[in-house]
Design a protein around this ligand. Structure first.
Ligand code: C5P
Length: 288
């Protein structure tokens, strides 16, 4: 058994997000393009000791059973009858409560790490089915790259390698509850929806302008009613010449897409003077 294993856990953003309706199980039926980005947590797994322990570089996430990484380890240990201790160290770089799947990606990293450390050789499908028990975004975090997601977010179609996206990510000093945003979403109040088919065609042609035109998130208006800063950041990114700016997931993080790394860097310099949690990021492919 290896002494320790380091697993990278990239954040996800939504390049489009459409809600098709509410389901009988309380979840919403989604059609969304998800993208992994270069902003990432780093998870170190050290087998040994007593029970499952979580340590983190951030006070903003729980160090006990409430942490999704802890739950992922317990789920794996129960499922595969592993009686062992495990220390999970989380280097937290992804903002918390931000719509960036920070908890889900840590959980996905723990599933992958345990699979490797204990030589389980699980199929991606098996890992995704286990991950879905922890959260709707975990399957995507396991698969990575760029994908069209349907259902709760777990029915994934991987997209081919597309254009490299240069972006600025801004998180206002505010956290939103995903459950609360979805609860207050009203299909009848949606004014503009992304055309995912048009997005996918633009993606295949690497046509940045055409895909920017479809970068829309129908949850934005609900999140803006609770955190008006989302609209302010969108506007400011537009002033910095973003080709598109949209909220990620249920927010409140906002992503601005730029025509080049240099343009993104210029915008980042302006935004980071106003928002401490501003990041210069790029899209992450499955091979990165
Ligand atoms: O799956 P997860 O626990 O991450 O979802 C958090 C909450 O977000 C759910 O309890 C649900 O209220 C809402 N949600 C939803 N439809 C989805 C995904 C999440 O309503 N497809």
């Amino acid at each position: 058994m290896q002494e320790r294993l380091v697993v990278e856990a990239p954040a996800k953003i939504n390049l489009t997000l459409n809600v098709l309706g509410k389901r009988d199980d309380g979840y919403h039926e989604l059609e969304t393009v998800m993208q992994q980005i270069s902003l990432k947590d780093r998870i170190t797994l050290c087998p040994g000791g007593e029970g499952i322990k979580v340590q983190s570089s951030s006070a903003a996430i729980p160090g006990d059973e409430a942490n999704l990484a802890w739950q992922a380890a317990r789920l794996m240990f129960e499922e595969f009858s592993i009686a062992a201790g495990l220390q999970i160290c989380i280097e937290k770089n992804i903002p918390v409560g931000a719509g960036l799947a920070g908890g889900s990606t840590d959980a996905a990293a723990v599933i992958k790490g345990i699979d490797r450390l204990w030589g389980l050789h699980l199929s991606p499908e098996r890992m995704c089915a286990l991950g879905l028990k922890l959260g709707s975004d975990v399957p995507f975090c396991l698969v990575g790259g760029t994908a069209l997601a349907r259902g709760r977010g777990e029915i994934l179609t991987a997209l081919p390698e597309g254009p490299r996206l240069e972006m600025v990510l801004v998180k206002p000093d505010f956290q939103l509850s995903t459950a609360e945003i979805y609860q207050n979403f009203r299909l009848g109040q949606v004014k503009s929806v992304p055309d995912n088919q048009a997005f996918l065609e633009a993606w295949r042609r690497c046509d940045i302008m055409a895909l920017a035109a479809q970068m829309k998130n129908v949850l934005e208006s609900v999140s803006i009613s609770r955190c008006p800063e989302v609209a302010v950041i969108k506007h400011k990114l537009g002033e910095c010449r973003a080709l598109a700016s949209l909220m990620s997931g249920s927010g409140p993080s906002v992503v601005g897409l730029f025509g080049s790394r240099e343009e993104a860097r210029q915008a980042w310099k302006i935004m980071k003077d106003q928002y401490e949690e501003s990041y210069l990021v790029s899209s992450y492919g499955r091979g990165d």
